[in-house]
Design a protein around this ligand. Structure first.
Ligand SMILES: CC(C)(COP(=O)(O)OP(=O)(O)OC[C@H]1O[C@@H](n2cnc3c(N)ncnc32)[C@H](O)[C@@H]1OP(=O)(O)O)[C@@H](O)C(=O)NCCC(=O)NCCS
Length: 219
């Protein structure tokens, strides 16, 4: 399949499979707890993220529209781009995170709810909307366009599987830039200093980025 064949030196981009789940889980948990602005701000540790990251990877492998970047020389996964067929957020028990993640979950759900007011939401069945979830690249491999290639391949794969739209939330400067470059339209933005959760502003301390953004794209 064409989307599995892109090469950057020794790194290939291919579809994520069930036997990638363990390695992909570790990569996501390390990347998010070490470098994703909101997870870092809440001080979440990798061991507390592992079960959530694992459930994400299991569903991602099951839905068949997620990608990994693999270093073929070192035989290791160096990038993960998880994607689900969209489901009703409130009814989705499988992916409910631990209590410590609730401010992040609340912010992302608030962003995604903006999409439910968009005309395309009523016109496209949920099962035809690809929801881009966690994205991570190993720190030794960042700055080489790997995240961009993963999401580009993701969009092509989703399109070839009959998805009609992609929706993505982005919490970091690199992904704001990347989705705009990939032709996504910015639908909404929540500034970290304004976001309130249970009477507090949990993300006031985030410095590397001002807001989380919601992007959509017709496939
Ligand atoms: C975010 C992440 C996936 C980016 O991976 P990557 O492979 O380095 O991304 P790319 O090389 O494709 O870069 C994408 C764009 O972002 C830019 N970029 C990278 N880091 C940046 C930063 N810190 N600030 C601003 N722009 C940045 C790149 O220059 C590139 O833009 P360009 O194509 O115009 O040059 C990676 O840093 C990561 O795993 N971070 C931790 C987890 C995380 O935050 N995930 C995203 C949550 S939304």
């Amino acid at each position: 399949m064409a989307v599995t064949e892109h090469c950057v030196s020794e790194v290939i981009i291919r579809v994520m499979k069930e036997n990638d789940v363990e390695e992909a889980t570790r990569l996501l948990a390390d990347a998010f707890t070490g470098r994703e602005p909101l997870t870092v701000c809440l001080g979440i540790k990798a061991k507390d993220d592992l079960s959530y990251a694992q459930r994400i990877c299991e569903r991602a492998a099951q839905d068949g529209v997620s990608m990994v970047a693999q270093d073929t020389m070192r035989k290791k996964i160096v990038g993960v781009a998880t994607t689900f067929a969209m489901r009703n957020q409130e009814d989705d028990d499988v992916i409910k995170p631990l209590r410590i993640f609730r401010p992040i979950h609340a912010l992302l759900n608030r962003l995604v709810r903006c999409f439910t007011k968009h005309p395309d939401y009523a016109n496209v069945p949920l099962s035809k909307i690809a929801q881009f979830i966690r994205l991570a690249v190993h720190p030794d491999y960042t700055g080489r366009g790997i995240a961009t290639m993963l999401r580009e391949a993701n969009a092509r794969l989703a399109n070839s599987k009959g998805f009609r739209m992609a929706i993505a939330t982005a919490t970091a400067p690199a992904t704001h830039k990347m989705y705009a470059k990939l032709g996504f339209v910015e639908l909404h933005e929540i500034r970290y200093e304004d976001f309130e959760f249970e009477g507090r502003r949990p993300f006031e301390g985030v410095t590397e980025c001002k807001s989380a953004k919601l992007f959509i794209k017709s496939l």
